[in-house]
Design a protein around this ligand. Sequence first.
Ligand SMILES: Nc1nc2c(ncn2[C@@H]2O[C@H](COP(=O)(O)OP(=O)(O)OP(=O)(O)O)[C@@H](O)[C@H]2O)c(=O)[nH]1
Ligand SMILES: [Mg+2]
Length: 530
Amino acid sequence: MKVSFHGLYKLVIQSFPNSQHVLLLKRSKISCCRYRIFCSQCSDTIFALSSGHEKCGVAVIRVSGPRSESSLKALCRTEKLPKPRFTHLRKLFNPVTLEPIDKGLVIWFPGPDSFTGEDCTEYHVHGGQAVITEMANVLGGLDGFRHAEAGEFTKRAFTNGKLDLTEVEGLGDLIHAETEAQRKQALRQMDGELSRMYTTWRKQIISYTASVEAYIDFAEEDNIEDDVLNQVNIGIEQLLSELESHLRDNRQGEILRSGVQVAIVGEPNVGKSSLLNSVCQRPAAIVSPLAGTTRDVVETGVNIGGYPVLLSDTAGLRETQDSIEKEGVRRALHRAQQADIKVLMMDCDLNQNAKKELSSFILQRITDLGIALTSDVEGQTGNCSTKENDSTELKNIFENYVLVFNKMDKLSKEEVIKLQTVTDLCDITSCIISCESGEGLDDFVTLLKEKVAKICGNPLAGSPSLTQTRHRQHLQACVSHLHQYQKQPEDVVIAAFSLQNAAREIGKITGKITSEDILDVIFRDFCIGK
Ligand SMILES: Nc1nc2c(ncn2[C@@H]2O[C@H](COP(=O)(O)OP(=O)(O)OP(=O)(O)O)[C@@H](O)[C@H]2O)c(=O)[nH]1
Ligand SMILES: [Mg+2]
């Protein structure tokens, strides 16, 4: 019997209507590529170097796909497969020339108990370039084998239901994690904590939908309890409060994932570039006695106490007619306004008036220089008093500022103590340093760490964090469908439809409902071999 592609497609959908592949197949734009029967891409056996590309002691080459087994037999020159999930020391051969390639460890992972869910093999060989090249040539020469694309192993794990999308994203974040806090957050997500939370919410909504649909279908037959809708309404109210509190997180997880933006701002020549260089311990920015040396934003990533920080040095803020300097100032202000933390840098040599009313002086300064948005400081400028409520408001305005007085080496000990007394009374976090002598720099880093830790939170505490804008958008859409449900108490059919949409939105986060476009974006950032 001759069956057309479309006929076969229909047959599979009818025969396995609930299989994950078919559900994806039905929903994806490029229909065939999610189902192995139709897709030569998925039936290929793939291989790639999964360890680093530098010269190293041991290199791990991973193989996944239906012919993994044949690679083992060919390279080990045996018909007997090794015991699954055990390491075996084997001599590996080129099956064509029969010359030895290397002696290494092989591990056989028969599917579905493997990372991808398919038959997999790992070769742990010596990490020299010649060994790796020969292994790649040999594997590439085997029938049905090809080099893996970036993220293809993980994509197969997702397709085979081994990982959901949040776990895939957690795995990607773990690979890219550069600091301790990022690692902890990514590991939690990869372990499925976020997935479990979202899945629980989705299941709750599905069960409410079922109750509402049962009410629609059977209410008239009187075998549905009267208060079924009440129960659903109470449940949705609770769920909404959980979802809204998860969304009200000040973007902690997203900031920790991408790094806290810290901008060093201030007038020219106060030592901004010197501070950047001291913190990152390399001459990233040019330092010179000429005012106006830095013109563009110089950004560098630093690890501050386990948290990722993107530290930016900026052009000195001043009035200028020079068009290039003007652009530098515009960029500096833009960076400052976007920053999660602003480090306002000043020369220690403050005038006496400034010292008398430091909070008020600083407020005026950040307004005049254009660092603070006018709406942030409205009603406070020129109006600083010692009243308690004013002080609270000032503390709120200064919440994300660190005031740094530089060049303390130019002051006498007495003058430093006097300045210290003044800054202690100020409503802004501050420190006195010398980039020249290094004095006070540890205090600055400690203060910065406290601010950064407050912004990112503890990645191990409480429920797992929302880490991606994608999740936030779907959760917000879910919340708005649930509110829509609450607005339609009379029309239960429309209300049930809102619930279905709410569940769909969460399904899009975990990948229960997905499209090739979303997958492409998620797997794009993975490296080859993962
Ligand atoms: N005495 C003393 N001089 C310092 C200190 N920190 C920086 N300087 C000097 O101050 C001058 C300006 O330093 P920069 O770091 O270039 O200042 P900047 O704020 O980046 O200046 P612009 O880029 O022009 O805005 C240089 O000559 C530095 O060596 C310090 O703690 N003490
Ligand atoms: Mg500079």
